[in-house]
Design a binder for this molecule. Structure first.
Ligand SMILES: N[C@@H](CCC(=O)N[C@@H](CS)C(=O)NCC(=O)O)C(=O)O
Length: 220
């Protein structure tokens, strides 16, 4: 039986959760709070870097969400979430890496501001907006007039990029200049997997409270 250790509101674990649902796989959900529960010896034995998500498949365990997605695709290939065409496969992988290596660092200042941890000055805002725009322009061009980022069916690129791009308007980064991406996000949000994993306001508030307590403890 598959087991997913995750924080339900985390976009890092949500991409794995959605993939499990899209593949119709049943799994045991082990919700974490990240209030220190990631530092127990049991959890550190699964991931010495104390990060969720972790997937356990019988005696095998794996961390790093993109590695987990590759594992799920290889072990449970139907329905497939990666194209077989080499160029399309390369594009899916590129989008996944751009999302984690370019988009996530670009929007992190806005994410931290939305959690109340920092206040951005104009120069920091402009810098983050500029970097975000470079990624969004690439994604808008990639999707063109198609329904999904890489072709006419859902791929891991939609799951990885979509779960992060969807957050942008909520943290103060508008998508209004990107009509194709706006329509794409609207379409993704209609999927049952998206709806089932939608972070709830009370979960977000609880997580903010946990983070605030941890930061206060560090300061005092
Ligand atoms: N690159 C990792 C990132 C995972 C990650 O940053 N997880 C965060 C939550 S979103 C975490 O577990 N933080 C807890 C900690 O650092 O102790 C992945 O994609 O799986």
């Amino acid at each position: 039986m598959l087991k997913l250790y995750h924080l339900p509101i985390s976009f890092n674990s949500r991409r794995v959760w959605i993939t499990l649902l899209e593949k119709g796989l049943s799994f045991e959900s082990v919700p974490m709070k990240l209030n220190g529960d990631q530092l127990t010896p049991e959890f550190l034995a699964l991931n010495p870097f104390h990060h969720i998500p972790v997937l356990v498949d019988d005696r095998f365990s794996l961390f790093e969400s993109l590695a987990i997605l590759d594992y799920l695709e290889a072990k449970y290939p139907h329905p497939s979430l990666v194209p077989s065409d080499p160029q399309k496969l390369g594009t899916v992988k590129m989008i996944n890496l751009v999302t984690l290596n370019e988009l996530l660092p670009a929007i992190t200042p806005f994410l931290r501001q939305s959690m109340g941890f920092i206040t951005l000055d104009e120069s920091a805002k402009n810098k983050a907006q500029e970097k975000t725009a470079t990624v969004l322009n690439l994604f808008e061009k990639t999707i063109g007039d198609r329904s999904y980022l890489v072709g006419q069916t859902l791929t891991l690129a939609d799951i990885v990029a979509g779960t992060l791009v969807e957050l942008l308007p909520q943290i103060g980064l508008s998508l209004s200049a990107y009509p194709q991406l706006t329509a794409w996000i609207e379409q993704l949000s209609q999927r049952p997997s998206w709806q089932e994993t939608e972070p709830q306001p009370e979960q977000i508030a609880e997580f903010q409270e946990t983070m605030k307590k941890m930061m206060d403890q560090r300061v005092s």
